[in-house]
Ligand binder design. Structure first.
Ligand code: KIV
Ligand code: ZN
Length: 507
């Protein structure tokens, strides 16, 4: 029987900590529920000591998901471990994940600690974490640039202190598959008490080898692999979950290793993560890229029509991407629209679908055909489960080369009151955002603002993404419209609505 591999997903921690990949609490919860559906064995929900916002998100995730182990990261410090435990203690299966660096360069320049002190700190941290949780993982940060014998010693000390999992990270993406496999085998053979712990690996993608290194390590005896959806993560990212899982499944004949994942949830999970982070998946990305199952060349199309296996080593259905050639237009019905939303990974309630369907009809009147990207943008722009504290009623703008831009905005509040304000700004978008700030009575810092076109063509929709900061915390919002100012206003309001909701519910 194939050996079981444990999938440790760190999209919500290593993935989320990457620049431009941050998610707010509602988004993290949505991703956590989807990861549970996907069937990951462990989800690392965050790094609670990093910020109160991180701790709150980990706490909510721990309370929400049931069929998955929830891990929280902590440096090898008592205060970090206390904060991590506080955040995950309500989880059905909590895990404390503590780490310290073990490479000569990290120990000397970052930690300023002697190797023996590092071993003591690691053992003390694991012992301390063990008072709280029976499940403790210990990571040797920068393991691939550490002395193998030193790794064996520190892992042995961590296991004696109670670690149930020891993790070998290739923190800087430096390893080469054969070499990394050798390191795993060496640790397995030379750590005396290794039979009392699982071996995990955690690879970064700086040389584009994260998945190859992870697979080589699994073949060499690792039991757990740490990875992220769409390969998000620090710098060039982490090993992509979907690539590891589908490689193991497609080449079971070679690996003889199995995961417990429902691979039919891969596509939806990838779309969801892309939606909430605003980080699109590259078109030719393995497994989940738009072209991953597209056959353009005539000779390929001919082969696939005769027998799909000529050019397809896995089926689109195996990742939850049904064959679907539907084109939607103004005559399409609600059912076809709902099916398309599902296909694109959006699980929305009926009221939300009705609302989006009304927007789709308006769009279909303006555009000849509505593409998947249009529908995704509509759904991404939708507030989804977040109640709309403020809703745009109308806006008017005046701007030109000789004129200061002025925008008048009318918003309806959820209590039924209506507010109208005008503001002057450095361009129409700035004027609109200032008018909104006046209505909501908060001055928000605009951390990021991006506009892109959803499709090509004169009738293309514009999609706006904003990130706003208030009292040290950030919120994202998306908006879409054929009018780019309207898209920008919607995005700004979406961020504000999420902020208002989170402040009301969780504080
Ligand atoms: O890359 C790394 O070393 C990490 C550890 C904290 C596991 O993310
Ligand atoms: Zn990492």
């Amino acid at each position: 029987m194939a050996r079981k591999i444990y999938i440790f997903d760190t999209t919500l921690r290593d993935g989320e900590q990457a620049p431009r990949c941050s998610m707010n609490l509602a988004e993290k919860l949505e991703v956590a529920r989807q990861l549970e559906k996907l069937g990951v064995d462990i989800m690392e929900a965050g790094f609670p000591a990093a910020s109160p916002g991180d701790a709150a998100a980990v706490r909510e995730i721990a309370r929400t998901v049931k069929n998955v182990r929830v891990a929280a990261l902590a440096r090898a410090l008592e205060k970090d471990i206390d904060t991590a435990w506080e955040a995950i203690r309500k989880a059905e299966s909590p895990r404390i994940h503590t780490f310290i660096a073990t490479s000569p360069i990290h120990m000397e320049y970052k930690l300023r600690m002697a190797p023996e002190q590092v071993i003591e700190a690691a053992a003390a941290a694991v012992r301390y974490a063990k008072h709280y949780s029976s499940d403790v993982e210990f990571s040797a940060e920068d393991a691939s640039r550490s002395e193998p014998d030193f790794l064996c010693r520190i892992f042995s000390a961590a296991i004696d202190a109670g670690a149930t999992v020891i993790n070998i990270p290739d923190t800087v993406g430096y390893a080469i598959p054969e070499e990394f496999a050798r390191l795993v085998a060496y640790i397995k053979a030379n750590t005396p008490n290794i039979d009392r712990a699982m071996i995990s690996v955690h690879c970064h993608n700086d040389l584009g080898l994260a998945v190859a290194n992870s697979l080589a390590a699994l073949r060499a005896g690792a039991d757990q692999v740490e990875c992220t959806v769409n390969g998000l993560g620090e710098r060039a990212g982490n090993a992509a979950l979907e690539e590891i899982v589908m490689a193991l499944r497609t080449r079971r004949d070679f690996f003889d290793l199995a995961t417990g994942l429902d691979t039919a949830q891969i596509f939806s999970t990838s779309r969801l993560v892309s939606k909430v982070t605003g980080v699109s998946v590259q078109i030719n990305k393995a497994i989940v890229g738009e072209n991953a199952f597209a056959h353009e060349a005539g000779i390929h199309q001919h082969g696939v029509l005769a027998n799909r296996q000529t050019y397809e080593i896995m089926t689109p259905e195996s990742i939850g991407l049904p064959q679907n050639s539907l084109v939607l237009g103004k005559h399409s019905g609600r059912h076809a629209f709902e099916e398309r939303l599902k296909y694109l990974g959006f699980a929305l309630d009926s009221a939300r679908i009705d609302e989006l369907f009304a927007q789709f009809k308006i769009l279909a009147d303006k555009k000849k055909t509505v593409t998947d990207r249009d529908i995704e943008a509509l759904a991404r722009g939708a507030s989804g489960t977040i109640p709309e504290t403020y809703k745009l009623e109308r806006f008017a703008v005046q701007s030109g080369t000789q004129l200061a831009a002025t925008c008048t905005i009318r918003l309806a509040r959820k209590d039924g009151s209506v507010y109208e304000k005008a503001a002057v700004g450095d361009g129409p978008v700035d004027a609109a955002f200032k008018a909104i700030d006046e209505i909501v009575g908060r001055t928000l810092e605009l951390e990021d603002f991006r506009l892109s076109s959803v499709t090509s063509g004169e009738d293309a929709q514009g999609e706006a993404t904003v990130k706003v900061k208030f009292e040290g915390r950030t919120w994202n919002g998306h908006g879409v419209s054929t009018d780019i100012l309207e898209a920008s206003i919607k995005a700004y309001l979406a961020a504000i609505n999420t902020m208002e909701w989170e402040m009301a519910v969780y504080e």
